[in-house]
Ligand binder design. Structure first.
Ligand code: GDP
Length: 472
């Protein structure tokens, strides 16, 4: 009625004449609207929307040609058990900067910072915690190139150390181990190395291929070596990006500032982000009003592997979302609107994940080729026994893959990892925490607990053959 400038009641009457019972807030088909408009002697046309096919994220996030790629700095996350010294190591790293006189000014907290060593740059993400890290990965964004795993020499491998290893392994990023607190007399790096062998991390000096560096965040000993090792691993990985294209990045942090509006820290991954660029991230869009680096200085452009804080987004962005520079405001809006719509739809359609009962269907339809399992047990020996038994169940159709195994209760971290890897969780003589249970329910992640190994093996075997009775 609004669009054709007619009385709403009149329109409703006409619709009834066509046999359409519609109220004020109902939607009608375009064909019906066209007929009604004709009744009023008016012509209408469809509003032109950006072609859906045109609006594919992969068009923004396209692959670059090999010859356009140039070396970019590595992006590093520091992970490890609480109190093992993640924050202290990051501080010590930033201090090497000041000591070498390369950096000036005060480091702003923007969630990431760039460090200079031997005239090369390394980007550090502020300890996102392995959970945030996996959350990002779940949204399809790989934020980190290299993980530094901090293990305190006086405490050794602890539950979150193992979690961090599992998350880094699932993301397929190399791990450099920093054995910290070596200034303490109780510290014993051999013990740490010994413990880490159980998780497949074998030190180079023990014939393995994991780099392990002894450090002390307190005295600064070994920090420079650690940084040089990061550069070495980065060099081997040949990290590259094309700086000459519209920018693609990832949101590291986002918040609302009373005075400045929506603020976001972006890690540029490809291309170059410019001041005044139009951008879109999730359902938020806008034009960049100002950009700052990790020293708080205003900058006008940021290339690959540069963390920048940006102002100008319409709404608070979501950490872990991708951000794209686009050609104009109309395109940015169109993407944001579509994301809004998708979010609405997603809320309606519950995503279904892997579930042992429905597995056979997936296999039959050729959709499921891999069954990922996370194993949690009460004793160490069980992890290995169970993992190899499950692996043996693999057949021509399905590859049974134990992606992580550890001792301990089933935590939210496990559920998150399961969600990111489309896995089910199987526990032996362990229970899920209340939080894990709730999170699993919300996200349709299957948790099965057993007290007898044989029963679990049998269930998975039955599921593979489509013979599993539903569990009530
Ligand atoms: P995070 O929880 O992993 O971020 O750990 P923090 O960096 O907060 O460090 C935890 C505690 O260990 C703090 O009291 C630090 O002062 C101390 N710490 C960290 N690194 C060292 C170190 O190399 N030597 C000693 N002696 N203490 C350290």
């Amino acid at each position: 009625a609004d669009k054709i400038n007619e009385n709403a009641n009149q329109v409703i009457m006409k619709l009834m004449g066509l046999g359409v019972m519609a109220g004020l807030n109902d939607q009608i088909e375009f064909d019906q609207a066209e007929l009604i408009a004709l009744e009023f002697n008016k012509e209408i046309s469809k509003e032109e929307k950006l072609d859906e096919i045109e609006m594919q994220e992969k068009d923004l996030d396209f692959e670059d040609n090999e010859e356009d790629l140039v070396t970019r700095p590595p992006v590093v996350s520091v992970m490890g058990h609480v109190d093992h010294g993640k924050t202290s190591i990051l501080d010590a790293i930033r201090n090497t900067q000041f000591a070498s006189g390369e950096a000036g000014g005060i480091t702003q907290h923007i969630g990431a910072s760039t460090v200079n060593i031997n005239n090369k740059e390394i980007v550090f993400l502020d300890t996102p915690g392995h959970e945030a890290f996996t959350q990002m990965r779940m949204r399809g964004a790989q934020s980190t190139d290299i993980a530094i795993l901090v293990v305190a020499g006086d405490d050794g491998v602890m539950p979150q150390t193992i979690e961090a290893i599992n998350h880094a392994k699932a993301a397929e990023i190399p791990i450099i181990v920093a054995i910290n607190k070596m200034d303490k007399e109780e510290s014993d790096s051999n013990r740490v190395k010994q413990e880490l062998t159980e998780y497949g991390l074998i030190s180079e000096d023990w014939g393995g291929d994991t780099i392990m560096v002894e450090v002390s965040a307190k005295t600064g000993d070994g920090i420079k070596d650690l940084l040089e090792m990061v550069l070495l691993v980065a060099e081997m990985r040949e990290l590259k990006a094309n700086p000459n294209r519209d920018a693609v990045g990832i949101i590291i942090e986002a918040q609302l500032d009373k005075a400045r509006g929506a603020i976001a820290t972006v890690l540029v991954q490809k291309g170059t982000l410019h001041d005044k660029d139009y951008v879109v991230t999730g359902s938020s869009s806008g034009r960049i009003r100002a950009m700052f680096n990790s020293k708080g200085e205003t900058i006008s452009e940021a290339g690959p592997s540069t963390p920048v804080q940006i102002l100008g987004l319409s709404d608070v962005a979501e950490a872990g979302d991708k951000i794209f520079a686009v050609e104009d405001e109309k395109t940015a809006r169109a993407y944001a609107d579509r994301a809004k719509e998708q979010k609405r739809e997603e809320r309606l359609i519950q995503k279904s994940n892997t579930n042992l009962e429905d597995m056979y269907e997936g296999i039959e339809e050729g959709e499921l080729k891999e069954l990922n399992i996370i194993v949690k047990t009460d004793v160490k020996g069980t992890v290995d026994a169970v993992s190899s038994s499950f692996a043996k169940l693999s057949n021509e159709e399905v590859f049974v893959n134990v992606i992580a195994g550890a001792v301990g209760g089933i935590t939210e971290s496990d559920v998150l990892l399961a969600q990111a890897s489309n896995a089910i969780i199987i526990g032996f003589n362990v229970r899920p925490t209340q939080g894990a249970l709730q999170m699993a329910e919300e996200n349709n992640i299957e948790i099965r607990t057993y007290s007898i190994i044989y029963e679990a093996i049998e269930d998975v075997e039955k599921a593979l053959k489509g013979m599993l009775d539903p569990e009530f």
